[in-house]
Unconditional design. Structure first.
Length: 577
């Protein structure tokens, strides 16, 4: 093993890395000469093999590599390595060894140089279908993340030092972590024993007041003497557990909303099994959202509710609103709120990489028993941020053998939910692939064609500036389809932290813009930035819809109305695996 504490590389190391870089250059040059002599077939793919572009790429790589070697062998007279802002804050290389020890500094710079040229090569492709180019870039980024020197014991100085410090025990512990994950078929991201549903997460007091084969309806106990007359019903995504909105008490949106004097109901979807093989789109709209809305209306004796749809449940909520409008029943929903939800999937981000024919065929095969194992979806979402959600844990858990850190959000992220296979396949094809929802009459529910352009319900739309699942540009498109009064808010951070951002945390910010604008760029250009959580802005907006209050008694107390309590929150479905 090389001495990782020395400030100078050994002769053997220099010889090895000279050979590696030399071979890489030779391969690129040989490839360039081969391409010059080749005569590719005519057509769009021919442009991918343009010898002129290939030689330009080889020359650029050669020049950058020469500078790299000069910095390594003669740092005093070399031009310093200029990091991009993204490279400078790359957490994989934050340890001082990556800059202070020449061999590892060389590895870091080499990695960034090669990665930069790989992505430039993709960007330089001409005559390639834009969708195919997106797929190539996505795959290339995944390859680059996988090949980081931080992911391998021999090229990570922290791993080498840890092996010496622990006399090899860290490798054994890391091996055991890896074997445990292989046995359960899922990457571990946090201490599984640190959290217990109903004790320190999903612990806001309430009762399950209704149970169907598709969902449980949870009503939360009021903490104020009076509550707003119009209740709030939250539809979380059925691809995850609902308690992302009820994590530890200080992070719980549900608890916070109750404390604002709002009567809160939440739908807890059932994790799919073979009995749900025939569940389709209509069921989540009719037997799910509309049934829950009608249940709450009848229980409390109100004409309408405030409804929230998070992520995919927001997509479905848009259809619910359109269906109610078509039936002349739009008053059943007094306001609608969308958390990072999409209705127009023309710019839906990297998830569109997973709706090709091969991926859809795989999902069909995996769901042969009528449901799709939630571990598949978890792996898919992890791939969207592989650097943070996969390789970070490979390094920490397997290579360094570190203890798992308790983190409620990651506990939720690992608590997977099975999906009805047929419905999930339809969702990917009808929405992500074919974008049918935005075409009037493109989709129907229970035989009724739906048209988003008929939705005039007052609407609050929240998007995450750094959302990689529902990009802000995609969420913005809701404003092009609904015709009712609409408030758009752009929150700092992403798909989860942008939503779960309690005021007490004092984190992030949000942007508002009341001027009439057509594009997200125009919205941002004229937006006002507000520090902290957007929750108070949303609560204030809700109260303008219906400021009336009533006493928190009778049916406002879970189990005291026409629906007796079935069991304490968070219920049974959230615990079903």
């Amino acid at each position: 093993m090389a001495d990782t504490t020395t400030s100078k590389p050994s002769l053997e190391e220099l010889q090895h890395w000279t050979w590696v870089l030399g071979r890489a250059q030779q391969m690129m040059l040989e490839n360039g000469f081969d391409l010059m002599g080749a005569k590719p077939a005519a057509g769009p793919m021919a442009a991918m093999f343009d010898p002129t572009a290939a030689m330009r790429a080889s020359a650029g790589f050669w020049a950058d590599t020469m500078q790299l070697w000069q910095r390594f062998l003669d740092p005093a007279n070399a031009q310093p390595f200029e990091e991009t802002p993204e490279q400078a804050k790359d957490k994989r290389f934050k340890a001082p060894q990556w800059r202070e020890q020449p061999v590892f500094d060389f590895l870091r710079q080499s990695y960034f140089t090669v990665a930069d040229h790989l992505l430039k090569g993709v960007d330089a492709l001409e005559g390639v279908d834009p969708k195919q180019k997106e797929q190539i870039r996505f795959a290339t980024k995944g390859f680059i993340d996988a090949m980081s020197p931080s992911n391998f014991p021999a090229t990570n100085p922290q791993v080498l030092e840890r092996v010496v410090e622990t006399k090899g025990e860290s490798l054994l512990k890391g091996l055991q972590n890896m074997l445990n994950d292989l046995a359960k078929g899922q990457l571990t991201q946090t201490d599984a024993q640190a959290f217990e549903i109903g004790r320190n997460i999903a612990a806001t007091p309430g009762k399950v007041v209704k149970r169907t084969p598709l969902y449980e309806l949870i009503q939360y106990s009021p903490t104020t003497s009076q509550v707003y007359r119009t209740p709030l019903i939250i539809f979380p995504p059925w691809i995850n557990r609902f308690y992302i909105l009820d994590l530890s008490p200080e992070k719980s949106l549900i608890r916070w909303a109750v404390e604002q004097g709002i009567t809160v109901f939440v739908v807890s979807w059932k994790s799919a099994d073979a009995t749900m093989k025939d569940v389709v789109w209509d069921d989540y709209v009719e037997r799910g959202q509309i049934d829950a809305i009608d249940t709450v209306r009848e229980l409390l004796g109100v004409e309408g509710v405030h409804a929230v749809g998070y992520c995919v449940a927001g997509t479905t909520l848009s259809a619910t609103l359109a269906l109610l409008a078509a039936r002349g029943e739009a008053e059943k929903v007094k306001s609608a709120t969308f958390f990072t939800a999409q209705v127009d999937f023309s710019e839906a981000g990297d998830l569109r990489m997973f709706v090709g024919d091969d991926q859809l065929a795989l999902i069909k095969n995996l769901g042969a028993e009528g449901f799709l194992d939630g571990r598949y979806m978890a792996a898919t979402f992890n791939l969207l941020r592989g650097r943070d959600l996969i390789w970070n844990y490979v390094t920490n858990n397997y290579l360094l053998g570190q203890d798992y850190v308790p983190f409620d959000l990651l506990h939720w992220n690992s608590d997977v939910t099975n999906l009805p296979a047929g419905w999930h396949l339809s969702y990917l094809t009808d929405f992500y692939r074919d974008n049918k929802l935005v075409t009037p009459g493109g989709l129907s529910v229970s035989g009724t064609p739906i048209d988003l352009g008929q939705v005039s319900t007052p609407t609050y739309v929240q998007a995450g500036r750094e959302d990689h699942i529902a990009p802000a540009q995609s969420v913005w498109k809701i404003t092009h389809h609904f015709k009712g009064p609409l408030r758009f808010v752009l929150a700092g951070s992403g798909h989860i932290a942008g939503v779960v951002n309690p005021p007490s945390a004092g984190k992030y910010q949000y942007w508002t813009n009341d001027a009439p604008v057509e594009t997200l760029a125009e919205f941002i250009e004229g937006a006002t930035e507000v520090k902290g959580s957007w929750w108070p802005d949303w609560a204030a907006w809700l109260t303008t819809i219906d400021p009336e209050k009533v006493d928190a008694e009778a049916a406002r107390i879970p189990g005291q109305g026409a629906l007796p309590a079935i069991e304490d929150a968070p219920g049974s479905y959230v615990r079903t695996r």
